[in-house]
Write a protein of this length. Structure first.
Length: 106
């Protein structure tokens, strides 16, 4: 009797993380939390933990989610980006007052 090898019920996915043209490829199971992927990317790109925000297929990824939950497949790409903080809005009134204070007229 020969035994057939058991089928791997949890195949690994190759996911590419992209940051400003630099990439890292990680091999993970579909049920692995993104936390591990995020930590590997931040280390590879020389950033402090929690620096990046991540998106894939037009959705923001959360650390507690998994590739399976968001529908990622082998070969998919995750984009890493720095979240912009601050930079509030500027109203027409602020612009108008600034122009007048500089001696210009509208």
């Amino acid at each position: 009797m020969s035994e057939e090898p058991a089928e791997d019920v949890k195949p690994k996915l190759n996911l590419t993380v992209n940051y400003e043209g630099q990439t890292i490829t990680v091999k993970v199971r579909a049920n692995t939390n993104f936390t591990k992927i995020f930590q590997a990317a931040e280390k590879k790109f020389g950033k402090e933990p929690g620096t990046f925000k991540f998106r894939a297929e037009d959705q923001r990824l959360r650390p507690e989610q998994t590739p399976a939950e968001v529908g990622l497949e082998d070969g998919d790409q995750i984009d890493a980006y720095l979240e912009q903080l601050g930079g509030g809005s500027c109203s027409w009134h602020q612009i108008h007052v600034s122009i007048i204070s500089l001696g210009f007229s509208l």
